[in-house]
Design a protein around this ligand. Structure first.
Ligand code: FAD
Length: 202
């Protein structure tokens, strides 16, 4: 990142110094974002389809390649939430509260039984010779899929800013927390500057 910025002055460094840390903090604070595009993260993500729909809205600096339900049979693996909640308040300003234990269990059973029925219908359609791309229409949004996701530090920060946030749905938040932990581990100075900057991507 630092060399991407220093090329403006035709200079480069091989080791990270305290001065370089200062430069990173300056770039982030002043929103000089392009040096943060010289990095590369690639994740193999397994997620329910409803999470993927939210994730794939992130376009700039993100690449995705996903398992195809047209070419191969989808596995009967689906998400049953642990954190079952109710929503209170108005659209755009909801808050979420856990339900009582009995309601939680009944909800989980309902979600699980429904997904099982859907996968049974999927199998029946495949057995009748229906194309995979058609038969998958019976599957629920909770079905797991997997995909490669590549991004750069700048686009990763933007994703984390929006999705590792209380405003985002709980499930995608968990993915954003995990992705951010890699940013923190691999680019600690950049991550610290991002946090210091109010978690706004440059
Ligand atoms: C809490 C939350 C609730 C949401 N609710 C909804 C919803 O109800 N319905 C819905 O449809 N979506 C919803 N979204 C998705 C949201 O509108 C964005 O599509 C998503 O967060 C990706 O953000 P982005 O466009 O900034 O990211 P990216 O696509 O990665 O773009 C990054 C940045 O590049 C620039 N950019 C990218 N493309 C363009 C362009 N075409 N023109 C100009 N500038 C561009 C913008 O500055 C943008 O911020 C929600 C997102 C969140 C976090």
């Amino acid at each position: 990142m630092v060399n991407g910025a220093r090329v403006s002055f035709n200079s480069a460094t091989d080791e990270m110094t305290e001065r370089d840390g200062g430069l990173i903090r300056f770039l982030l604070r002043e929103r000089h974002g392009s040096p943060f595009e010289h990095g590369y993260f690639r994740f193999l993500v397994k997620a329910p389809i409803f999470v993927v729909r939210e994730h794939h809205r992130h376009r700039a600096g993100h690449s995705y390649n996903e398992w195809s339900g047209r070419y191969s049979k989808l596995e009967a693996e689906f998400y049953v939430p642990e954190y079952v909640r109710t929503q209170v308040g108005k659209p755009g300003a909801y808050s979420f509260e856990p339900v009582d234990a009995a309601t939680r269990e009944a909800t989980r059973r309902e979600i699980e039984a429904n997904a099982q029925r859907c996968f049974e219908a999927y199998e029946r359609l495949l057995e009748q010779g229906i194309a995979k791309e058609v038969a998958r229409a019976v599957l629920p949004l909770s079905t797991y899929t997997k995909y490669y996701w590549s991004c750069n530090p700048r686009s990763l920060m933007h994703f984390c800013s929006l999705r590792n946030s209380d405003q985002a749905q709980y499930e995608i938040q968990q993915y954003a927390v995990a992705a951010e932990s890699f940013l923190e581990k691999l680019m600690p100075v950049t991550h610290a500057a991002f946090v210091e900057n109010g978690r706004i991507a440059p």
